[in-house]
Design a protein around this ligand. Sequence first.
Ligand code: SF4
Ligand code: SF4
Length: 452
Amino acid sequence: MQTNFTLAQLADSNTAEAEKILRTCVHCGFCTATCPTFVLLGDELDSPRGRIYLIKDMLEGDKPATEKVVKHIDRCLTCLSCMTTCPSGVHYMHLVDHARRHIEETYERPLADRALRRLLAWMLPYPGRFRLGLFGAWFGRPLAPLLRGIPGMERMAAMLALAPKSLTGPSPLDRPGVYPAEGPRRARVALMTGCAQQVLAPEINEATIRLLNRHGVEVVVAKGAGCCGALVHHMGQAEAADSAAQANIAAWTREIEGEGLDAVVINASGCGTTVKDYGYMLREDAAWADKAAAVSAMTVDITEFMSGLGLKPAVRPTGLRLAYHSACSMQHGQQIREEPKALLRTTGFEVAEVPEGHLCCGSAGTYNLMQPEIAGRLRDRKVANIESTKPDAIATGNLGCMTQIGTGTRIPILHTVELLDWATGGPLPKSLEGSAALQGRAANQAGIQAAQ
Ligand code: SF4
Ligand code: SF4
């Protein structure tokens, strides 16, 4: 694509980077077919190519963002399906990140929008505040159906509907500490325990630590590490995102320089995509660039790490039929596709491929709160595709997808790591307690034994 930036504009390194990306786009339109918002809405401006044109026009003309640009960029899920499809290697993620920063700097959003964004950015990255917010949401939850029908209250209704019905207390394993390897130590890793995940599903980090320890891996939950910064990053709040990144990099660098680390392990693929991009985010910051690049280079998803390490054989017959939902941040953001399914198959699960697996479930960070109508349609489509495979349970590697899909189906949904932990010696995951498929298998087994 031809661009017309002035030399003065290109002196800004972010604009220069955006220009480089724009020039790689050859307007072929291949990406439109796999873009969830184009598939649903059919509007070119809600396709990657359309958004690229809007961004080009805004940046080239040094224009403040308009309502039209904001509308179509806000509708983008940042699912990155377009990056997987693009034959020219257009780095849409870095381009849209830059556009969002520009929007944040030049566009005054309506008051209600600003207030909601501030509330989410203040609350979600901090487990204590989030817990308090969910406590408040319980009281409002019965009002969700009523609010859904009131214009302007749809987002509030979506927030209340997504609040879980019950919460467990904080897990002691999320506190900073060292969790020793069982047997001879094969590796030492830092685990990112995240923010919302600690509150909504502490069992995921617990299962991850057990699985790693059982495989001879010492796990460090580093003091000072917290939210990855993705939430504010996708809102265009660069300063807040950078400072979240710096806190994590500082915490893990202390470990690298202390007892050493073989990897930074992440079990939420949305966070993994962001941490793997720290090197790019902080590339211009002389104090942080090298450390950020080093952390990004050693960051792996838990399924990448376990594939490299090798799984112990399953200690129990698992046998469940799983629909594996590949989160966008897993398959498009990190290009991890086969490892999670291979690990599940190795431990005896039957893994079904989900039709239209490349399409987003509508979770996308806070997208399901900010764009509830589109997110709801995507969730229903995803659930119908998953249910068509007739699974006993759904496995995925990202908490956001678990929450989103879980509101649309009665089929148990759980993290891949919970299944791998159970198969190799951990407790039965909470979501499988009372599973009809497991009870059926147990009854069959009892019948066979009685017959013998
Ligand atoms: S597929 Fe790539 S090159 Fe083609 S229009 Fe989309 S972003 Fe541009
Ligand atoms: S990131 Fe996803 S929603 Fe956004 S333009 Fe690309 S494919 Fe479409």
